[in-house]
Design a protein around this ligand. Structure first.
Ligand code: CMP
Length: 506
């Protein structure tokens, strides 16, 4: 809660407390006046109530006046009790709010339960009421009301049986801190969801179908509850399959890498990929991963499966080893059809950067290029990593991100026919930025060995790449130069490092 809200509460509380205190200070004046006034009718105040002043004289007041005087006196007593109780309630509410705030700040993982707060507040209210009431009505004994009457005790006891059962079950649940608001709990045969509130009567759980599951504390106390505490690194296991022909080392590396980047998969723990079973058609695998926010585990499980699909698709991993697949396996999965090569040729020849190339060179490049599909949000290249490929966007778009002041910042969005990854590929430097698919994006991947012979025969291409790399570096503020002479020097430097890296003659 922002500090301004606390200030607002403090101001309201102070205004209220001052008004009530003033009224309580002024009260004796009113009482004095009342004493003088009732004295006219032969009454005086004794032990908090109006009595006839001089009984000896045989004075007997009008019963009507007696009733009125006693009503007024009682009314004043009640007002006084109400004012004191109002002051106590305001103080308790403000203080409990302050304590909650401090406790929340000190223990971000949990919240002080509203149940405990309510119970403590009620205890304070009851004690305060006893004291205030007794001060106004010293002759009335309240204690026997609670201890003496067996019949009232039985009646109230029976009526409150369930309520008290819930209260004590709730207190027991709170005492061992099994779960708190915000935790995900699974109640056997009832459902799973996020704890929304814990009260003296029961617990409200928001299920993943957005229904509200309301359970009494007494019923909950008898259930087996599985708790995934908020803020704890909770794990999930997702199953998947791969053909027997796929080596375990390949699958482990591929799947771990694909899942590691998915949103809400914790970076604090490395996902564990392991063989679960040998099935009839395929190897059964499982991946265990940890979540930052367990309340989104269904979405994250789905995202993990999605990422595995994309990784399989890119790398041509087979799921099953069936008869039909035996037939398909007789071709290499990476084979590119003529039709595909033609579309690659068309695309690459339309890019201005490749305009210096002959149609033969374009064809060679197109043959070597591989189409790869990336999921929305998937990292295609990561800053700091080694890079041996560049990518031309076939469809979709990507965001280029760099870290500035410890925050990820998008410096550019690239769309169809733009390219990226050329900096590392051409200079041998680590990736200068992280490139993330903004939507489902298909790219053409061009590797270093495919580009090398082309660069050797096309010095103009080296020049164009050098210019673009220098421009991009300036945008990213790696270098800032307005001076054209300095700019051209830098560009030459980039071109030199490309030539050096590829072992090209001048
Ligand atoms: P590379 O350094 O290999 O990997 C990250 C890629 O992001 C980089 O190559 C460029 O292709 C691309 N890139 C970096 N900065 C920009 C920018 N400002 N605008 C467009 N693309 C960029």
């Amino acid at each position: 809660m922002p500090a301004s809200e606390l200030q607002k509460r403090a101001v309201y509380f102070l205004i209220f407390a001052v008004i009530v205190t003033l009224l309580l200070i002024l009260f004796p004046i009113g009482e004095d006046w009342l004493h003088t006034y009732i004295a006219q009718f032969g009454f005086e105040m004794k032990d908090g109530s109006a009595v006839v002043k001089d009984v000896k004289d045989g004075f007997s007041p009008d019963p009507m006046i007696k009733t009125t005087v006693s009503l007024v006196v009682n009314f004043l007593h009640i007002i006084k009790v109400i004012l004191w109780m109002a002051l106590v309630i305001a103080c308790v509410r403000f203080l409990s709010h302050l304590i909650m705030r401090t406790a929340l700040r000190n223990a971000p993982a949990g919240e002080i339960s509203s149940l405990l707060k309510t119970v403590l507040s009620v205890i304070v209210y009851i004690v305060a009421f006893f004291i205030i009431f007794q001060s106004q009505y010293p002759l009335v004994e309240l204690a026997p009301l609670f201890t003496g009457s067996t019949i009232i005790g039985i009646v109230v006891g029976l009526a409150l049986q369930d309520t008290l059962g819930n209260l004590f079950a709730g207190l027991a649940l709170q005492a061992d801190q099994s779960f708190q608001v915000g935790d995900v709990i699974a109640i056997s045969n009832r459902g799973t969801g996020v704890v929304e509130s814990v009260s003296w009567r029961g617990v409200k759980v928001r299920t993943f179908q957005n229904k509200l599951l309301v359970m009494s504390n007494a019923a909950l106390g008898k259930e087996t509850i599985e708790v995934a505490p908020r803020g704890n690194l909770n794990a999930r296991v997702v199953n998947f399959y791969a053909a027997y022909t796929e080596s375990p080392a390949r699958i482990i590396k591929l799947v771990r890498e694909a899942v590691r980047q998915a949103e809400n998969v914790s970076a604090k723990m490395r996902p564990v990929v392991r063989i679960k079973n040998f099935g009839a058609d395929s190897v059964e695998w499982e991946i265990k991963y940890w979540l930052d926010d367990y309340t989104k585990h269904n979405d994250t499980d789905a995202l993990v499966r999605q990422r595995i699909w994309y990784a399989y698709n890119r790398e041509g991993v087979e799921h099953h080893f069936t008869e039909r697949h035996v037939y398909i396996e007789s071709h290499t999965p990476e084979i590119v059809t003529e039709e595909e090569i033609n579309t690659h040729v068309e695309r690459l020849s339309s890019l201005s950067i490749f305009s210096p190339l002959s149609s033969e060179e374009i064809s060679k490049l197109a043959e070597a290029a591989k189409a790869r599909v990336y999921a929305p949000g998937e990292v295609i290249v990561r800053a700091g990593q080694e890079g041996n490929s560049m990518f031309v966007i076939k469809r979709g778009s990507v965001n280029v991100q760099i870290v500035e002041n410890k925050l990820q910042k998008v410096v550019n969005t690239l769309v169809e026919n733009d390219f990226f990854g050329e900096m590392s590929l051409l200079t041998g430097e680590p990736r200068s930025a992280t490139v993330v698919a903004a939507e489902e994006t298909e790219v053409l991947q061009i590797r270093k060995n495919a580009l090398k012979p082309i660069l050797e025969t096309n010095p103009k291409l080296v020049e164009s790449f050098g210019e673009i790399i220098e421009e991009r570096k300036v945008t990213n503020r790696v270098e800032m130069d307005d001076d054209p002479a300095e700019k051209s020097k830098k560009r030459n430097g980039v071109m030199l490092s490309i030539r050096k890296f590829f072992g090209l003659k001048k």
